[in-house]
Design a protein around this ligand. Structure first.
Ligand SMILES: Nc1nc2c(c(=O)[nH]1)N[C@H]1C(S)=C(S)[C@@H](COP(=O)(O)O)O[C@H]1N2
Ligand SMILES: [Mo]
Length: 206
């Protein structure tokens, strides 16, 4: 036992903190910083005209107003987020509604396999249906206890924290449910279709 401890210490290097096990390969801890990244200009979206719509392969295409979506059962994510540009932000809290709640209301058809998340700005990103079901994805409006700022996607953004953060569309406007995979904005520009940070799926072919 003693010698095992000595070997472990020697292996990680004298005086260097062990790497945080919450960090996927190639990522660093951004600490208190929360970088702002987006391709389009920041839109100003009034909540009295904001909508979120689920359409495509569903039994009941459904739209929610701001008041309606906020009246749904709340769901919280506590954990980490990972941007493909190598920053991660650890131990965040987001509040909103589970995508499961929204999909259940719309009634996903059995032949559905993929979703395209859309934004009020025109940004899109594609995801396998199974990556937004089973408690893995949210539409969120609070981050660390405060309303999501406009620059971080407010009034509401998608949150899919087990995948790289480009899947978490800011200013989200809805989900289009389909049978085929349709690459979104960054995916057409060379980013990976799925984007699992633990597998370092950064670019097409990774
Ligand atoms: N609408 C929209 N959403 C987007 C993007 C974008 O360009 N437009 N960029 C994605 C990328 S690459 C990242 S890393 C995160 C950044 O979110 P943040 O600015 O809140 O950190 O938003 C994602 N969602
Ligand atoms: Mo990103």
């Amino acid at each position: 036992m003693l010698s095992a401890v000595a070997i472990t210490r020697g292996f990680t290097g004298r005086g260097r903190a062990a790497r945080d096990p919450r960090l996927p390969p190639g990522q660093y801890d951004a600490g208190r910083d929360w970088p702002v990244l987006h391709a389009e200009s920041t839109p100003r979206l009034a909540t009295d005209r904001w909508t979120f719509t689920i359409e495509g392969l569903v039994d009941r295409p459904t739209s929610w107003t701001w008041a309606e979506i906020r009246a749904l059962p709340r769901s919280r994510y506590s954990g980490d987020i990972h941007c493909v540009t190598t920053w991660s932000k650890l131990a965040m809290t987001f509040d909103g509604v589970s995508v499961d709640t929204l999909l259940d209301a719309a009634g996903v058809r059995p032949e559905a396999r993929f979703v395209v998340a859309t934004a009020h700005t025109g940004y899109t990103t594609n995801l396998p249906l199974e990556d937004v079901t089973g408690g893995k994805a949210w539409v969120v409006w609070d981050a660390d206890g405060s309303p999501l700022t406009t620059e971080h996607g407010g009034p509401a953004r998608l949150l899919v924290p087990h995948l790289y953060f480009w899947k978490s569309a800011k200013w989200v406007s809805g989900l289009r449910i389909g049978a085929e995979d349709e690459p979104g904005f960054w995916e057409r520009n060379g980013y990976h279709d799925r984007g699992d940070p633990w597998l370092e799926q950064r670019y097409q072919g990774d």
